[in-house]
Design a protein around this ligand. Structure first.
Ligand SMILES: [Zn+2]
Ligand SMILES: [Zn+2]
Length: 314
């Protein structure tokens, strides 16, 4: 299977998209309209820890003859410094088990952010939860917290004193928010295996998202693959890997696609693909990888469907 089949009759899809229900810019209706405009046959709605957009997308998609795959992207942490995202496809998104678990993850994220903010306040930094939430719109991550601190003029004098210069978000995170640092709060979140189990429990097929951002790093302009890390995720019980995904440029993307396609074959995993479309700026690519060489053919979805209910790991 290739990510670049080119024939006039070819049908293309996108199995990784976000809406306003997590950190995307478009409503589910707008997203489906965009999918129609760019000529996609199917899209998966895969918001972070949230499935609220699926029903609306399905309703709109019916009018356009576009297929909607029910999905979710679940964040998991094998250790405090590593984050693995698991895509769950064909999930029973109305399941109470799933909704309770997703609500739990969302609450934990907010609670942890509030604790970190309390810690920073007791260290005499000016920051409040409302400002961080407004900046983040969806999921709150450390750079949001760091940005609110360093851009507040009230913190300027203290920052200058503590650092000897005005820090950027990375400087601030390293001094205050990493494990062992004064404002750090430990994460209480799912392990990769628990995320995969949750997806399986509600009938889903579990796929390791964008491995090229988590099982590869860039050193001196060169991509270094961390196959040990990848194999740990395989042990968590995944059914597939998002091998058709992007990195910064075409050359790196081609390397990643080849590398993770080969690993998928080695471990007998399904290959999926998606743009991680957010509808703005730096996160993800254009819907359906418009203006990019990579495309995800419809056969990818057919193969993924053949995996439904076949997970032998649990
Ligand atoms: Zn992700
Ligand atoms: Zn995503």
């Amino acid at each position: 299977m290739k990510g670049t089949i080119d024939s006039p009759a070819a049908k293309y899809i996108d199995l990784h998209t976000h809406t306003v229900h997590s950190d995307g810019a478009l409503t589910p209706t707008q997203l489906v309209q965009r999918a129609k405009e760019v000529g996609l046959s199917a899209i998966a709605i895969s918001d972070h820890e949230n499935t609220e957009g699926i029903d609306e997308a399905k309703k709109t998609a019916k009018k356009f003859g576009i297929e909607i795959v029910s999905a979710v992207e679940v964040t998991s942490y094998p250790d405090p410094l590593t984050e693995h995202h698991m895509l769950g496809y064909f999930i029973d998104y109305k399941s109470k088990i799933l909704q309770k678990a997703l609500r739990g993850i969302r609450d934990l994220r907010e609670k942890r952010a509030k604790k970190v903010i309390d810690n920073l306040n007791s260290l005499d930094y000016s920051i409040n939860f409302g400002d961080v939430k407004a900046l983040a719109q969806g999921t709150i991550v450390q750079p949001h917290i760091a940005w609110v601190v360093i851009t507040d003029p009230q913190n300027r004098e203290k920052l200058q004193k503590e650092f000897g210069f005005l820090p950027n978000t990375g400087d601030f995170i390293r001094k205050y928010l990493v494990p062992g640092a004064p404002a750090y709060e430990s994460r209480k979140a799912l392990k990769p295996k628990e995320a995969v189990e949750l997806i399986h429990k509600v009938g889903g097929v579990a796929v390791f998202a964008h491995p090229c951002w988590t099982a590869a790093t860039k050193k001196g302009g060169k991509l270094i693959f961390d196959d040990k890390k990848f194999e740990q995720v395989v042990k968590a019980g995944i059914d597939g890997v998002e091998a058709l995904a992007h990195r910064e440029n075409e050359e790196d993307t081609r390397n990643c696609v080849d590398h993770f396609t080969a690993l998928a074959k080695k471990h007998k995993l399904a290959i999926t693909g998606g743009s991680d479309y957010h509808g703005f700026g730096s996160a993800g690519k254009e819907l359906g990888f418009q203006n990019f060489y990579l495309k995800v053919p419809y056969q990818v979805l057919e193969e993924l469907k053949s995996r439904i209910g076949k997970s032998s790991k649990f």
